[in-house]
Each structure stands twice: as C-alpha cells, then as structure tokens.
Design a protein around this ligand. Structure first.
Ligand SMILES: Nc1ncnc2c1ncn2[C@@H]1O[C@H](COP(=O)(O)OP(=O)(O)OP(=O)(O)O)[C@@H](O)[C@H]1O
Ligand SMILES: [Mg+2]
Length: 386
C-alpha cells in the first residue's frame, strides 16, 4: 500500500511517517506540502492507495476539485485530517468522496487504525471472489473441541489458503471463539450488528468484527450473556445474505443446545461438522445429534463427523464409532495437550504457534481440502455439489 500525505504543515507527514515506522509498517510514503490543488498531481503521478489530506475549510471550488479526483480514481482512499467539524461540513467533504475524517491533533493509534482499515479494504478488494461456503462446527458433547476446530480451521483457510473468512460465534450466551485466535477481547459483537441490522452491509459487518488477519475477522458473541436475547431469528438471514456476498468462507461456531437461531444457522450451512471424542458419552450424544439432523431433513452428505483428541490406542476405535453411529468419520484430529493448551491460553492459532505439530498438520490438511473443494474444478468439488 502506498500512502501520500498532503498538508500545509510538514509536522503532519513527519508525524505520520514516524507513527508508521514505530508500528513497523514501512509502506512507500510520499509527502507533499500544499492543499487540494496538489492532490490532482499526486493522484496522477504517484497513484497512492491512501491519501491523507490536511485541511479545514474547503471552498466550493476546492470541493469540486476533490470530487473530480475521487471520481477519476475510485480506488483511492481519501482521508481528511482536521480539527472537529460541524456535521454539515463533514457531509460536504464526504459528498466530495472523502472516506474518513481523522481529528487533529493526530495520535499514533488513530493513524495506525485508519491505515489498517484501508489495508484491509485493499486486501479484500484484490482477492478473487469465490462462491461462499458456510461451514458449521458443533460439539456433540460440551468441551469436544468445536470452538478450537472452528477457529483454527477458519484461521488456516485465511492464512494458508488465502481465502476471505468470517467466523461467527453462535454460542450467543457464553461464546469465547475470538479468544482462541486473538489475545485481546472484542469491542463489538453480533448483538451490535443485530441492533442495527437495517444498516448492515459489507463494511459495517467488517468493522463489527475483530480483525485477526486482513482477510479473517471474527464476529464475537456478546460479552454479557443477557445481550444474547437481543439476537432474534429474523436477524439471521440478513446477516448471511451480506456475509456470503463478501467472504469465501463463513465459519460458524455453534453451541450444543439447538434452538431457533442455531437451527436457522445450521440450515444455512453447506457442511456441518459435529465434533466428538472417543468416549461412550460422546458417541451417545453423537448418535442423538445425528438423529436430530435426520429430523431436520439434513442429507447425510451435509454432515462431516470429526473425532477430536484422537488416540490410536484408545479402547474405542474408529471402526467401533462408525459401526455404532452407522456413518463414516470424516477426519481425526490428534490429541496434543501441549500445543493446544498453549494455543488456547495465549490466543495464538495452533498453526502459528507450532506449524509442524501433528495437530497443526491435520488442521492444515482439512483447510486445504475444504479450499480445494470450494474452488472451481477441485478434486473434492463433489464435496460441495449437492
Ligand atoms: N486436539 C486437541 N488436543 C488437546 N486438547 C484439545 C484438543 N482440542 C481441544 N482441546 C482442549 O479442549 C478444550 C475445549 O475445547 P473447545 O472449547 O474448543 O470445546 P467446545 O466443543 O467448543 O466446548 P463448549 O461446549 O464449551 O463450547 C480446549 O480448551 C482445549 O484445551
Ligand atoms: Mg465452544
């Protein structure tokens, strides 16, 4: 990403460049002393991706010039740097094509967050669009590892397969998915989206998610369990309509208790991954879940049973499980206490923490298969053709 700063006072470009260097973002950088009239030349000659323009009161002629530039270069992100403005003035500059206004004096956080937002928009805009696939992970028994698998496979699809991925935490009361892949708590949640569902679009959804990678965001569950009641079944369809238009994969971490909301989410899934372990109670619950899915008329090939914390020498074998359940096990994920516990405790995805560990390798393998299956003409295309 190339950044240009046009300002009357050299302290603006100097400070911004220093903030970027300190944040380890050595983007190509152009500084120009001047105002709106210089913007035309900078846009034409330097073709920046992001242009930061300092200015307070643009006259109608200047607004017209700005409008001309933003119309000719629609991919250019123009950010205005100015002291607090009246709403009327802000509307004027937004109409001229300014995408964001950063209030001066600038702080490091404000500048870096704005740059990251634009970086994310550019990354998303440049990635090819595939038909979106919705993958749902659900534990057959509490603590089976559904959240670990949903978050880590979502991360692998984004980090290794270069897909645009959104993860929705549908454990609405006690969801913890974001903490599996990020070390700081989310500031917005699915409840904020539900509250303003009528203004939901791609950018609103992206800005409501905790951004783990430029192409991977997590829409967290509400921090306070009582806020779960704000999410209603009628919010689910609009959420999926927008998400499936903007992402290659929407991954769902669904709680075990089936209710109107989770069933609606599972209905939207192309593939459902019930997660189980090699214990009798887990197999019993897997059987009950499989019956529930039959009652919901889900075809067998929508279901991909996964055995997590797999141990080769356990008393219950895979064949035992397949016979009892009368269905095939899709994949096994090895038991790896050291890596998984460290990953979960630190909020660092397992493939980032220890890419060569057996658990990371099996996560990569699943992500790779899913991504090939979703692509045009992939060997596992059959996977998704139902
Ligand atoms: N493959 C694995 N190897 C070792 N430990 C694992 C593995 N997978 C998950 N765990 C451990 O199991 C714990 C529970 O996992 P997780 O929270 O993903 O389960 P869940 O099915 O989402 O449970 P819940 O019902 O609470 O939503 C994790 O904190 C992790 O420590
Ligand atoms: Mg969970």
């Amino acid at each position: 990403m190339k950044i240009a700063v046009v300002a009357q006072d050299s302290q603006y470009p100097n400070n911004i460049q220093r903030f970027l260097t300190e944040a380890d973002k050595p983007y190509p950088f152009i500084a120009m002393i001047g105002g709106v009239h210089q913007v035309v030349a900078v846009a034409e000659q330097e073709q920046p991706d992001l242009l930061m323009l300092e200015g307070q009161h643009f006259n109608p002629m200047e607004l017209q010039i700005l409008h001309g530039v933003t119309s000719r270069f629609p991919d250019l992100g123009v950010v205005m740097l100015c002291p607090a403005q009246s709403p009327e003035r802000l509307i004027e500059v937004m109409r001229a094509g300014v995408r964001e206004v950063l209030q001066t004096p600038l702080t490091r956080n404000v500048v870096i967050e704005a740059v990251e937002r634009f970086q994310q928009r550019i990354t998303l805009a440049r990635m090819p669009v595939n038909q979106c696939k919705v993958l749902a992970f659900i534990p057959c028994k509490g603590g089976s590892g559904a959240t670990f698998l949903a978050t880590n496979i979502a991360y692998a699809l984004a980090a290794l397969e270069n897909k645009r991925v959104a993860l929705f935490d549908f454990n609405l009361q006690f969801g913890d998915a974001s903490l599996f892949v990020h070390d700081s708590p989310p500031t917005t949640s699915i409840a904020d989206v539900a509250r303003q569902i009528q203004r939901l679009d791609g950018s609103f959804l992206a800005s409501s998610m905790l951004q783990v990678l430029p192409n991977f965001g997590v829409l967290a569950a509400p921090e306070e369990p009582e806020k779960a009641a704000e999410i209603k079944p009628e919010h689910i369809n609009p959420l999926f309509e927008v998400a499936t238009r903007h992402y290659d994969f929407v991954v769902l971490d669904v709680g075990r208790g089936l209710d109107a909301i989770s069933i609606q989410a599972l209905d939207r899934a192309d593939l459902v991954f019930p997660v189980m372990q090699q214990t009798l109670p887990s197999i019993r619950d897997a059987k009950r879940m499989s019956n529930a899915f039959s009652a919901l008329n889900y075809p067998d090939d929508k279901l991909r049973f996964v055995v997590n914390r797999y141990k080769k020498n356990a008393d219950i074998t895979l064949a035992d499980m397949e016979n009892t359940l009368n269905l095939k096990i899709f994949k096994v994920i090895p038991n790896d206490h050291t890596v998984v516990t460290a990953s979960v405790n630190q909020g660092i995805p397992a493939i980032k923490l220890d890419r060569r560990s057996p658990v990371a390798k099996s996560l990569q393998e699943i992500a790779h298969e899913l991504s090939r299956g979703a692509g045009q003409g992939g060997m596992l295309r059959k996977f998704f053709t139902f």
